[in-house]
Design a protein around this ligand. Structure first.
Ligand code: SAM
Ligand code: SF4
Length: 337
């Protein structure tokens, strides 16, 4: 058994929030171009600017030493980064000595290939993003994905023992007619379904005002048809979860736009190039790659202390026809969703 783990100096910000959850974007690249996430002609970062696995591991270690218990790998599409399973394996070795959970958010396109390896590395729960069960609509939303690949990935992941949650961005006029079928399908297969409100991150190929669907309104609609019971589960994030009596499954709502969750925020996000963003909806950041290259582990620790001093209180997203630009210029795929 591993010895009990005591963080040397927990990461606590100026609002008294303890940071225990790190999201790592391992690449900004992706094999899809989802309309709400990326522009069709998205320009990716030069590969030379992307952190090496060694650098990611060093940064992750510094976080774990200071009390991070949960790491989620994301992107871009994490499973398209070359040799990604090497990183998953190394981080997985930390489970039980500080790290409690290693998870991944994926579009599922490469999951059939990697499901077994993920489980072997210690990953137990994963999030798969899927906005529709209709193959044509899937091709339109992702611009280049194939639904059959994702379905094969989901099958393999379940067969391999992974517990799955499906994330669906709910868009008015795009896929809002599929919310109930998606719930029946996901819950029927023993998977949770979490609905996400579209956020104004980066210029993309979608009219965010027309497609914005406030989930508060949707929750009311569903509550008239289903018996929804709020679950106590606290994530420190923007999600709330309901148990649905009719399906026996869990329905989540991620409502960054219509619900303020910032007071319990426990997370920070590392980009593929080593910038640590302290809030998804703000520009405050520290450069951990420079800190590491210039000052080694001591430099990293000092940068983490500084990060805690500048983590903002919260975001203020607005979706407004008259707003000249997205609330935050960087795309979700850069910050890591
Ligand atoms: N490629 C992986 C995937 O799609 O799961 C991981 C990265 S993706 C940026 C993470 C999550 O962010 C996905 O569930 C995606 O649907 C969501 N997302 C991307 N852009 C978004 C936006 N503008 N508003 C809300 N959710 C968004
Ligand atoms: Fe790629 Fe995920 Fe963004 Fe879709 S949501 S374009 S799969 S990073």
């Amino acid at each position: 058994m591993n010895a009990p783990f005591a963080p040397k100096r927990p990461l606590v910000d100026t609002f008294g929030r303890t940071i225990s959850y790190l999201r790592i974007s391992v690449t900004d690249r992706c094999d899809f171009r989802c309309v709400y996430c990326m522009a069709e002609d998205m320009v990716f970062l030069p590969k030379k600017d992307v952190l090496s696995f060694e650098e990611v591991e060093t940064i992750a270690s510094a976080f774990i030493a200071r009390g991070t218990t949960k790491i989620r790998l994301t992107g871009g599409e994490p499973l398209v980064r070359r040799d990604i399973m090497d990183l998953v394996g190394t981080l997985g070795e930390r489970i039980g000595s500080g790290l409690e959970e290693l998870t991944i958010t994926t579009n599922g396109s490469q999951l059939a290939k990697h499901a077994e390896g993920l489980f072997a590395a210690g990953v137990r729960r994963i999030n798969v993003s899927l906005d529709t069960l209709n193959a044509e609509r899937f091709a339109t939303i992702t611009r280049r994905g194939r639904l059959a690949d994702v379905m094969a990935g989901i099958d393999a992941a379940q067969a391999g023992g992974l517990s799955l949650k499906i994330n669906m961005v709910a868009m008015r006029g795009v896929n809002d007619d599929e919310i109930e079928p998606m719930m029946a399908w996901a819950h029927g297969r023993g998977m949770g379904l979490t609905l996400i409100e579209g956020m104004p991150l980066g210029e993309v190929g979608l009219d965010r005002v027309d497609t914005y669907l406030p989930l508060r309104e949707l929750h009311e609609r569903l509550a008239n048809r289903y018996t929804l019971t709020r679950l106590a589960k606290k994530t420190g994030g923007p999600a709330r979860y309901d148990h649905v009596a009719e399906t026996g499954g869990v329905l989540g709502f991620i409502t960054p736009m219509s619900h303020n969750f910032c007071e319990s925020c426990n997370r920070v996000r590392l980009t593929a190039t080593g910038q640590l963003f302290l809030c998804l909806g703000q520009d405050d950041q520290v450069n951990l790659r420079d800190a590491l290259r210039d000052g080694g582990r001591a430099g990293l620790d000092a940068a983490l202390d500084h990060a805690m001093l500048i983590k903002p209180k919260g975001h203020d997203f607005v979706i407004d026809r008259n707003a000249p630009a997205p609330a935050v210029a960087r795309h979700m795929s850069v910050t890591g969703g």
